[in-house]
Write a protein that binds this ligand. Structure first.
Ligand code: GYE
Length: 325
């Protein structure tokens, strides 16, 4: 009996000692439940647009606002995005936000997200999918509209004039590329006086834009206009032209897309002639969608953001000053 009592006391003391030594639960573990957990599969960090988009998401889905954001940078590779989404499902996040690299190839992984009961919000580029119930909603730009806008400007300035066009495309298969290219193709069809002398993808990066234009100039190709599907490729093209002793905006006209702050400075200085805006600030929009879903409401399936465009005549210092990206 005495022995049993001794054992009991020893066990109690041991338990007390263990409790005292056990690490205190981390505040994160304690409060995890209080956050809305969002897994965001981002395309990469290929451009100013993309970086502004990532920053916007981080600001809106911050801990102060009640979110825990798990950000995955796919380095422009769809396979990496598929792996990231599977990890999010495994982690049991509350929402998945997907900025897709390309349009095709999402059916299987989004069916897995649906089976796990996780809503998927698509931002920026679109997806092509057989069953629309595999995503909750999409928010982004009208990329064909952007391409057509650029062609309208071209038409106003170069209709009836011979024009040799170099076309730097974005990532092939991305909605931004598909839409902007389709817009230019319509212009080429309706303007037989315009000639497409070169078309190649520059992957939306400055380095590739520069490399492609340098190679063209080294080959002695002559052209009047560069239609660059984003600002970063235009920056690279401008560097290549300047290094070859050419003046952008005079010797070669440049049309670009995104209208990020630095590009607008170049519109102001006349190096870029026309820049079609593409708004990357989707963070607050996604946050508003999540809030609706949290309240049990249904957001619109597709939302296009409003956008404009700038040329040397319409750009103003106040537009530049108020540019958030
Ligand atoms: O134009 C480009 C970025 O999908 C709208 O991707 C986006 C495009 C943007 O890399 O700069």
């Amino acid at each position: 009996m005495k022995r049993n009592f001794f054992y009991l006391i020893s066990i109690l003391l041991l338990c007390l000692a263990l409790t005292a030594c056990a690490p205190a639960p981390t505040p994160a573990a304690e409060t995890y439940e209080d956050f809305v957990v969002v897994g965001f599969s981002q395309v990469g960090a290929e451009s100013d647009w993309r970086n502004a988009n990532t920053a916007s998401m981080q600001q809106a889905l911050s801990e102060e606002n009640g979110y825990r954001l798990i950000l995955d940078d796919a380095q422009q590779k769809q396979e990496r995005q598929i792996t990231a989404i599977r990890n999010f499902i495994h982690q049991g996040v509350d929402y998945i936000v997907l900025a897709p690299t390309t349009e095709k190839g999402w059916d299987t992984v989004l069916a897995e997200a649906k089976d796990a009961g996780i809503p998927v919000i698509i931002v920026d580029r679109r997806i092509e999918i057989s069953d629309d119930s595999l995503f909750t909603c999409w928010i982004g730009s009208d990329f064909l509209g952007e391409g057509r806008d650029a062609v309208r400007w071209l038409d106003a300035h170069y209709a009836g004039k011979p024009l040799r066009i170099v076309h730097l495309q974005g990532n092939i298969g991305s909605t931004a590329q598909i839409g902007r290219t389709a817009g230019l193709n319509e212009g080429l069809t309706s303007h037989p006086e315009w000639e497409l002398v070169y078309r190649e993808t520059g992957d939306f990066t400055q380095a590739k834009g520069q490399e492609l234009v340098e190679a063209l100039l080294a080959d002695g190709m002559e052209f009047d206009l560069i239609f660059s599907e984003n600002d970063n490729m235009a920056y690279g093209a401008i560097d290549a032209l300047k290094n070859a002793g050419l003046t952008p905006g005079k010797d070669v006209t440049i049309i670009s897309f995104d209208a990020s702050r630095h590009a607008l400075e170049l519109v102001m200085s006349g190096e870029i002639s026309y820049d079609v805006e593409c708004n990357p600030l989707h963070g607050p929009r996604v946050e508003a969608i999540i809030q609706r879903l949290e309240r049990g409401q249904t957001p619109p399936k597709l939302t296009y953001v409003e956008e404009t465009a700038f040329d040397t005549e319409t750009i103003t210092q106040s537009t530049l000053d108020s540019r958030g990206y």
